[in-house]
Design a protein around this ligand. Structure first.
Ligand SMILES: [Zn+2]
Length: 439
């Protein structure tokens, strides 16, 4: 059989999708980045009144940005600016070139709209193909996509990448978990893709229906779109018997595919020839040294419809390494996302992230994985923090004092604990609601 153009892009041993660039030297990567940076800055300036105004206000012309060192001269772009620009204020391509629109859910304020050109869709497929290769997924795999296909970027992103690598796609979409399980078994799915907490729903339904998980052929799960703690990751791997890979990306950057962790589990590779990343102090905007936590700032180097220049993502991470990874890739590694600047809960002067509470909950035997943090005012007018958890089979009363003591010791929190029956907390079809703030 002759090899088609698709398989020619893959390295012979199947480990990389674009071996030359994935393992390129730092110098080569930098050359590629700088050439693309010059191009994208010019594109944004020429085609968007928003960017032109911002550059003009900063006294800059596109030709002032030649190298990576010049990038910090440029003002940052914020989520508010993207929202205020609803729907097409930041678009750099007109309707004649746009072939698709995706949009964030917009739970607060206007949603963020991302118009894709044909080249953007191709770019997306290409970075997603790399992500699959990094997770050891290839043409022989059967990929069940459980993210929704719609305005949300998840479903389509997983789909394009899977087609590009020549895998078999089961485009199941979100929900209908009983059917998902049946299809997964009968069609022999080897890879599950979706949002990070969906495997929990799968495990719950499997338990309710006494579905035999040994009848599945799953070996890999590629998950993202939500923060998920290392403890949750271990739970999914143990109970669903899969290796998990953490994929990152957001509507603003063009969906999943910004990066993924590899089999080395030593950080998330960000595809640096497409995305330039900085980590800055969320308060001052100044760069943080490698190893120190801060806010991820992304410049897209190849997106046409909505190029982002120094976009403040609100995601918190740190640079783990710029050295070659044991997997052979040279692209920057950042830590798994630990939270978002706007997810941070402040309660009576104590700061914490929901994922920290999640980790402590998952350590208690018999306490379910679903939880909700409710903030409101007690009848006396003081702030009150209630943690809703679920008791599952094997729950013992001694779990509560232990959880209380852990919350106090590790997070300095003394919430009221409400124990519900398993299944009582709402399971929304999309992302989980971990914090309800009624203050
Ligand atoms: Zn690696």
């Amino acid at each position: 059989m002759t090899r088609g153009p698709i398989s020619q892009q893959r390295s012979d041993d199947g480990r990389y999708w674009n071996p030359d660039i994935e393992t390129a030297s730092a110098d080569k990567l930098r050359d590629v980045q700088e050439e693309r940076l010059r191009h994208i800055v010019e594109h944004a300036y020429e085609n968007s009144r928003f960017y032109r105004r911002k550059f003009d206000e900063a006294g800059l012309k596109p030709e002032d940005v030649r190298t990576i060192e010049d990038l910090p001269k440029l003002p940052v772009t914020t989520k508010e600016e993207l929202r205020d620009a609803y729907p097409f204020g930041l678009a750099c391509s007109g309707p004649e070139n746009v072939v698709r629109i995706h949009m964030s859910s917009g739970t607060t304020g206007n949603p963020v709209v991302n118009p894709y050109t044909r080249a953007d869709i191709d770019q997306w497929a290409s970075v997603m193909a790399r992500c699959y290769a990094a997770a050891g997924v290839g043409a022989r795999d059967v990929i069940q996509i459980t993210a929704s296909f719609g305005l949300f970027t998840g479903g389509f992103g997983f789909h394009y990448g899977a087609e590009r690598i020549g895998a078999t796609v089961i485009p199941a979409g979100a929900g209908r978990t009983s059917l998902q399980l049946q299809v997964m078994r009968d069609l022999g799915a080897t890879v599950l893709t979706g949002i990070s907490t969906y495997p929990l729903r799968i495990l719950e339904v499997a338990r309710e229906e006494q579905f035999d998980l040994d009848s599945l052929r799953l070996r890999v799960a590629i998950l993202g779109a939500e923060m998920w703690s290392d403890d949750l990751r271990r739970l999914i791997e143990r109970e669903l018997r899969v290796a998990t890979f953490d994929i990152v990306g957001m509507t603003e950057t063009g969906g999943p595919g910004l990066g993924i962790d590899c089999e080395a589990r030593e950080g998330i590779h960000v595809w640096e020839d497409h995305y330039f990343c900085e980590v800055v102090d969320p308060e001052t905007g100044r760069p943080r040294p490698d190893g120190e936590e801060g806010e991820l700032v992304v410049s897209t180097l190849t997106r046409e419809g909505l190029p982002l220049i120094r976009y403040r993502t609100r995601d918190l991470t740190r640079v783990l390494s710029r050295a070659r990874c044991p997997c052979g890739r040279t692209h920057l590694r950042v830590d798994r996302l630990r939270g978002r600047t706007d997810d941070m809960v402040i309660f009576r002067g104590v700061n914490f992230y929901p994922q920290q509470v999640e980790s402590l909950i998952l350590k208690q035997p018999g306490v379910g994985h679903e939880y909700q943090i409710v903030l409101d005012r007690a009848p006396g007018g003081s702030d009150r923090l209630t943690l809703l958890i679920e008791a599952r089979e094997g729950f013992v009363e001694t779990a509560l004092p232990r959880l209380r003591s852990d919350l106090k010791q590790f997070l300095n929190l003394s919430p009221e604990l409400t124990v519900l029956k398993e299944g009582e907390l709402l399971r929304p079809p999309g992302k989980s609601v971990r914090v309800v703030d009624r203050r």
